[in-house]
Design a protein around this ligand. Structure first.
Ligand SMILES: Cc1ncc(C[n+]2csc(CCOP(=O)(O)OP(=O)(O)O)c2C)c(N)n1
Ligand SMILES: [Mg+2]
Length: 610
């Protein structure tokens, strides 16, 4: 037997984390976000202190948002690095369940280490312990099971010998990628064991690049070769695979236009002639027109969620074939698609080699110029002295002060749709949108994670008042750690996008805008003062011109910089878009609802007969 080393399980875990490398020779786990409690302070906390110079520990303010920061970091790093997040048992742990779900939906790596109850059960029930009457093995951490790609409970020190490699395999496997949760029993963290020294030898986790199966490739090639009007739907997998160059050379060789999902946006520069821009419910007219007519849809690295497919109403050519190129087998057969399981980069290269000589027909270039003419009109609209600015004008102001180094980010509210439609992303990675879970409260922590991933980038976060109110406390972490990014708060005094959706489904305006909510005193939140209280530099501006002026100063400011502007909750970009299925009540006493229900039934029928 080889040499062993006596360590507590917590010491073993942190030592193992430090030895896991990515292909570039960097530690795969860049740092650990931690909020301690009785479930992790003595065990894991003490162990983390021992390695703090090589594996930094960061102190957050909320477990969910610490995890959002970690997830945004991994997304911006295209999954080549990740962070760990640890909490105590009970509420600290369950606070991370939402973030785990976010990482699960978006296929992003994060190592979640909640403390767990005593494996010995000696002191049961401990503070914060859930007691299941019918199952002695259940703890609060069982909530992570459906939202983790790998879940394990470390109830003996030697469990780490199998659990940790599985967790890393999961986080570094492009197909399985997602959150790995190791629920770490409090007593086990502190328990010593003779670990084999070989367990801690440095290990490199290489990105697996699955090559296409010959038969799948041949069938996909045959389908593409006969296509007259093919289109590529570029998803997040294009970025994660590092396939943006491969995509560009593929489309240029074969003259195939691309359209971009929220996660795929910036796969090609916005002004590349073959980039027809945003697709789907938050998409533009060029992309949606080409998708409606396409006889072949090549979906690359996309989960094909409803915002992309227009609830499967968009790809409406009756002759249409769909090929799903995806590293995850699960995604390759959606909606009867022809599977092409492969890494995006390698898959595009191999498809390209087999398609030699194939070129699709020309795409009308007026589609794009018409669209961007409309975009510019909205984003550059002159201020109407009396009216509140629109969110589109805010996008325009930010676009004008941005440059090639800027990364814009967002997750929920009005802005994801506006940015998808209107933002002109100049290069891959310039657009970071969490629209798999579209989780309110991702933004501020996420912006911090992006800046930690790419300290030289100019990170600009868009957030509505609603999502700011849901989770903002990592602003204080960013201020404390001197992490610089810009936050644009569009304050329309409520949940503007949901209010519009409510009206769009025949509903009465109710419980979304603050004025329409039960209140005694009208809500008037001073966001600039609030952000300043947490250590941010902040300013409230009264116009689009002032917004531009304030944003132009952002490079001189250290730490988070918050610019607040009041906007009109009602207008949004009406151009573009496509049907989105939102269920409307079948019976109602309100005529507006009945009218929308009738339209809904027509739309479903149309979709189902395509
Ligand atoms: C955690 C969470 N809760 C609820 C929702 C549903 N939702 C999506 S956007 C939104 C309102 C966002 O309001 P705000 O941030 O002010 O953006 P606005 O549309 O007003 O610009 C709500 C409630 C969500 N996406 N995430
Ligand atoms: Mg709002």
């Amino acid at each position: 037997m080889g040499k062993t080393i006596r360590l507590t399980a917590a010491q073993a875990l942190v030592r193992y984390l430090g030895a896991q490398m990515n292909e570039a020779g960097e530690p795969f786990i860049a740092g650990v976000w931690a909020i301690f409690g009785h479930g992790n302070v003595a065990g894991l906390g003490e162990a983390l202190h021992g390695v703090k110079d090589s594996l930094p520990t960061y102190r957050g303010h909320n477990e969910q948002t610490m995890a959002h920061c970690a997830i945004a970091y991994a997304k911006q790093m295209c999954r080549t690095r990740a962070m760990a997040v640890t909490s105590s048992i009970g509420p600290g742990a369950t606070n991370m369940v939402t973030a785990a779900a976010l990482a699960h939906v978006n296929r992003l790596p994060v190592l979640i280490i909640p403390g767990d109850v005593f494996a010995t059960r000696g002191p049961d029930p401990v503070l914060q312990q859930i007691e299941s009457f019918g199952d002695g093995t259940v703890s609060a951490n069982d909530c992570f099971k459906p939202v983790s790609r790998y879940f394990d409970r470390i109830s003996r020190p030697e469990h780490l010998l199998t659990a940790l490699p599985r967790a890393f395999r999961t986080m570094t496997d492009p197909a399985d990628c997602g959150p790995a949760t190791l629920a770490f029993c409090q007593d086990v963290q502190a328990e010593a064991y003779d670990y084999p020294e070989s367990f801690f030898e440095p290990r490199v986790w290489y990105q697996r690049r699955i090559r296409p199966d010959e038969g799948e490739l041949a069938r996909a090639v045959a389908a593409i070769k006969v296509a007259k009007r093919p289109v590529i739907v570029a998803g997040g997998g294009v970025h994660y695979s590092g396939a943006t160059d491969a995509l560009q050379s593929f489309v240029e060789t074969h003259n195939i236009p691309i359209v971009e999902t929220q996660a795929g946006k910036s796969a090609l520069a916005w002004d590349h002639p073959l980039n027809l821009g945003p697709v789907g419910v938050t998409g533009g007219e060029p992309a949606n027109a080409i998708c409606a007519e396409a006889d072949l849809v090549l979906a690359v690295g996309t989960r094909l969620q409803d915002f992309t497919t227009g609830s499967w109403g968009l790809f409406s050519n009756p002759e249409r074939e769909m090929v799903c190129l995806n590293t995850a087998a699960y995604d390759t057969e959606k909606h009867g698609a022809m599977p092409l399981q492969s890494d995006a980069q390698v898959g595009l290269q191999e498809l390209g080699a087999s398609l030699a000589g194939y070129r699709a027909g020309a795409v009308a270039d007026t589609l794009k110029s018409d669209w961007y003419g409309k975009v510019d009109k909205l984003t550059n609209a002159p201020s109407d002295g009396n009216a509140l600015p629109t969110d589109m004008q805010v996008v325009g102001a930010v676009q004008r002060i941005s440059n090639d180094n800027t990364v814009v980010m967002c997750a929920a509210g009005t802005m994801p749709g506006e940015l998808h439609k209107l933002w002109k992303a100049p290069r891959p990675g310039a657009y970071h949108m969490e629209y798999g879970f579209s989780c309110m409260g991702y933004e501020i922590a996420g912006a911090m994670g992006i800046k930690m991933a790419q300290p030289d980038r100019d990170v600009i976060c868009f957030t509505g008042d609603g999502t700011y109110m849901m989770a903002n406390s990592e602003m204080a972490s960013a201020a404390m750690m001197g992490i610089s990014f810009t936050v644009v708060i569009t304050d329309n005094r409520g949940f503007g996008c949901i209010n519009r959706l409510q009206m769009g489904t025949g509903g009465a305006e109710f419980n979304n805008l603050l004025d329409h909510a039960v209140h005694e005193t009208p809500s008037a939140i001073d966001f600039a003062a609030h952000a300043a209280a947490m250590g941010a530099t902040s300013v409230k501006v009264a116009s689009i011109a002032e917004l531009e002026g304030a944003l132009a100063k952002r490079n001189d400011i250290k730490g988070p910089y918050v610019v607040v502007i009041d906007t009109d909750p009602y207008p949004s970009t009406e151009y573009g878009g496509t049907w989105w299925e939102v269920a409307v009540p079948e019976v109602s006493t309100r005529p507006a609802v009945n009218e929308k229900r009738a339209a809904y039934e027509v739309a479903i029928k149309e979709r189902n007969t395509k």
